[in-house]
Design a protein around this ligand. Structure first.
Ligand code: B12
Ligand code: SF4
Ligand code: SF4
Length: 356
C-alpha cells in the first residue's frame, strides 16, 4: 500500500476522518493575495506567517492537512441574563487536541519513512484554510470558512509540512450556493464579498485587548467569545452530526452576573480552558459588561453598579457605557453620581461621551 494510504488509515485509527495531501509548492499561490492585503491583516499573526513552504522547511515537498469536527447542538438557553459563546469555545481548547493528533501523525511517518516536519495549527505560520483547500478537504464558502462534506464549516484545521513526497489529493469542487445568507447575517458589515474586515468582526472584537470601539459595542449583542452568525445560517451547516465529547461547564450561555463575579481560579478551572481562554478573564468580563448593556434589561443594573467599583479602568469604563444603554432612571441616577475628575482617562472619556 502507498504511504499516503497507510497514513490515512492510521489517521482514521486515531480519530482523524478528514485528512488530505497536497504538494507543498501549491501554498505559494497565496503569496500575491497576502502581499496585496499585508496592511489589512490582524495584528496577532506570527512573524513567519504565510512564508513560502521552503522558507519554513528546507526541501518541503508535501502538506498533510487535517480537519477535526466540533459540531454540537445547542441546549436550551437559561432564563437569567446570559451571553453566548461560539461553538469552538464550548469545548476544551482545540489547539491541544490538534497538536496531539498532528504529533501522532508525524511520529507515524518518522517510523515509516523518516523525514522532517513542521506542525502548524492556527497559531503556526501556515494558512490553515488554504492548506486544507489545496489538500482537497473542502471548499471556501462566501463567508471565507472552509467547508468539509458532511461536517459543514464546524471543523478546526491543522497541518504538517514535510520533506517527504506523498501522493496529493485532487482539488475539491466548490459547493457554496452563493445564497448570500452569510453576508446578510453579519451584524457589523465585516463580511463582504471581498472578504472579512477583521477590525469589524465580532470574533476579533471579543478577543482584542483594550477598549472596544464605541460604535461597534451595540452590534456585539451578547457575544462573549467568538461569533458564529455567518456560519449558523449556512444551509451546509444544518443537520450536521454532533462531534464526540461534552461541553465545558458554563458553556454555551454563561450567566453574565456570574462572569462578573468570577475569580481567576474559577476561570482557569472552567471557561478559561476553552479556545477563548488565552485572552484572559478581564477581556471576557469586559465582553460580559457590553452584553449587559445590550440586554437593555433592568436586572443588568445591579452587576453593572458593582463593576463601577472595580479597580480595573477597562471594566469601569465599559460599565459606564453599559449603564448608559439602560433606559431606566436607576441607571441614570448611578451615572449622574459619577464625575470624570480624577478618574482614569478611559473612564472619564466614557462619562464625557454620555454627557455631550
Ligand atoms: C486571523 C484569523 C482570524 C481573524 C481574521 C479572519 C479572516 N477571515 O481573516 C478573526 C479573529 C476575525 C477570525 C475569526 C474567525 N476564525 Co479565525 N483564524 C485566523 C487565522 C489565524 C488566519 C486567517 C487568515 O488566513 N486570514 C487572512 C486572510 C487573507 O484570509 P481571507 O481574507 O479569509 O482570505 C482567504 C481566501 O480569500 C482565500 N483565497 C485567497 N486567494 C485565493 C485563491 C484561490 C484559488 C482560493 C481557492 C482561495 C483564495 O485564501 C485566503 C486564506 O485562507 C486562522 C488560522 C491560520 N493560521 O490560518 C484562523 C481560522 C481561519 N479561524 C477559524 C475560525 C473557526 C474562526 C471563527 C469561525 C471563530 C469564531 N466562531 O468566532 C471566526 C470566523 C470569521 C470568518 N468569517 O472568517 C478557523 C477556520 C476553520 C474553518 N472551518 O474555516 C481557522 C483556520 C483556525 C483553525 N486552525 O481552525 N479568525
Ligand atoms: S464572525 Fe460574525 S462578525 Fe465576523 S464576519 Fe462572521 S457574522 Fe460577521
Ligand atoms: S450561506 Fe450561502 S453563500 Fe454563504 S457560505 Fe453558505 S452557501 Fe455560501
Amino acid at each position: 500500500m502507498k504511504l499516503a494510504s497507510l497514513l490515512k488509515e492510521y489517521a482514521a485509527e486515531i480519530g482523524i476522518d478528514h485528512l488530505g495531501i497536497s504538494h507543498a509548492a501549491n501554498l505559494e499561490a497565496i503569496a500575491p493575495f497576502l502581499e496585496e492585503r499585508r496592511d489589512r491583516l490582524p495584528p496577532f499573526l506570527p512573524r513567519q506567517w504565510g512564508q513560502s513552504p521552503n522558507q519554513l522547511l528546507p526541501k518541503a515537498r508535501s502538506v498533510i492537512a487535517a480537519a477535526i469536527p466540533y459540531a454540537k447542538s445547542a441546549p436550551a438557553p437559561p432564563k437569567d441574563l446570559h451571553g453566548v459563546l461560539a461553538r469552538y469555545a464550548w469545548i476544551t481548547d482545540y489547539h491541544l487536541v490538534l497538536q496531539e493528533k498532528l504529533e501522532q501523525l508525524a511520529h507515524f511517518l518518522v517510523q515509516e519513512k523518516g523525514g522532517h516536519f513542521l506542525l502548524s495549527a492556527d497559531t503556526g505560520p501556515i494558512i490553515d484554510r488554504f492548506a486544507a483547500y489545496n489538500a482537497g478537504l473542502g471548499w471556501y464558502g462566501l463567508n471565507r470558512s472552509l467547508f468539509v462534506p458532511g461536517r459543514g464549516s464546524w471543523v478546526v484545521l491543522g497541518e504538517i509540512l514535510t520533506d517527504i513526497e506523498l501522493e496529493p489529493d485532487p482539488l475539491p469542487a466548490s459547493r457554496c450556493l452563493g445564497c448570500r445568507r452569510c453576508l446578510k447575517a453579519c451584524p457589523t458589515g465585516a463580511l463582504t464579498p471581498s472578504g472579512v474586515d477583521y477590525a469589524r468582526c465580532i470574533s476579533y472584537l471579543t478577543q482584542m485587548k483594550g477598549m472596544i470601539p464605541r460604535d461597534l459595542r451595540p452590534l456585539m449583542g451578547s457575544a462573549l467569545g467568538g461569533c458564529d452568525l455567518c456560519q449558523e445560517v449556512c444551509p451546509h451547516n444544518q443537520g450536521v452530526p454532533a462531534a464526540e465529547g461534552g461541553i465545558l461547564p458554563g458553556a454555551p450561555y454563561p450567566i453574565l452576573a456570574e462572569v462578573l463575579a468570577m475569580d481567576k481560579e474559577e476561570w482557569a478551572a472552567g471557561l478559561g480552558k476553552s479556545a477563548v481562554g488565552w485572552r484572559g478573564l478581564t477581556v471576557f468580563q469586559r465582553n460580559a459588561i457590553i452584553a449587559l448593556g445590550n440586554s437593555k434589561h433592568p436586572e443588568a443594573i445591579a452587576p453593572l453598579a458593582k463593576a463601577l467599583d472595580d479597580p480595573r479602568p477597562l471594566i469601569r469604563a465599559h460599565a459606564v457605557w453599559a449603564l448608559g444603554q439602560l433606559p431606566f432612571p436607576a441607571a441614570r441616577r448611578l451615572l449622574n453620581s459619577l464625575h470624570p475628575e480624577g478618574e482614569d482617562p478611559s473612564v472619564a472619556a466614557e462619562l464625557t461621551a454620555l454627557r455631550v
